[in-house]
Write a protein of this length. Structure first.
Length: 114
């Protein structure tokens, strides 16, 4: 998720929490009222970094936490959903590159070559 956030924010440094905070004021969420944007960023999207950090992403010390598979699956699936959402919003926020229609492909050649 951090890699996607780096592309969306244009930042090259920072962890997911810092990148999400920078994302909150961006054009990507202009379709939401400010209060809803705050909830989305701080409570919904921030849930994945919080889950990672609390379940063993950083310095567990001598008491290593064994993360049960359902929690690992939750984290992986949250990352997939959040990444798809962020990519979709990022693409939608980009200005159109070219309004020219794609050229049509030539019709297939159905002639048998023998």
């Amino acid at each position: 998720m951090e890699s996607v956030l780096k592309v969306v924010t244009g930042e090259q440094a920072g962890n997911a929490s810092a990148l999400l905070r920078k994302l909150g004021g961006r054009e990507i969420f202009k379709d939401l009222p400010e209060e809803a944007c705050t909830v989305l960023v701080e409570q919904v999207l921030m849930s994945l970094p919080a889950l990672r950090n609390k379940l063993g992403g950083h310095g567990q010390g001598s008491d290593v936490i064994e993360v049960p598979k359902p929690y690992a699956s939750l984290a992986v699936n949250l990352a997939a959903v959040f990444n798809a959402f962020l990519i979709e919003k990022h693409i939608a926020a980009q200005p159109p590159q070219n309004n020219k229609p794609e050229p049509e492909a030539p019709p297939p050649d159905d002639d048998v070559p023998f």
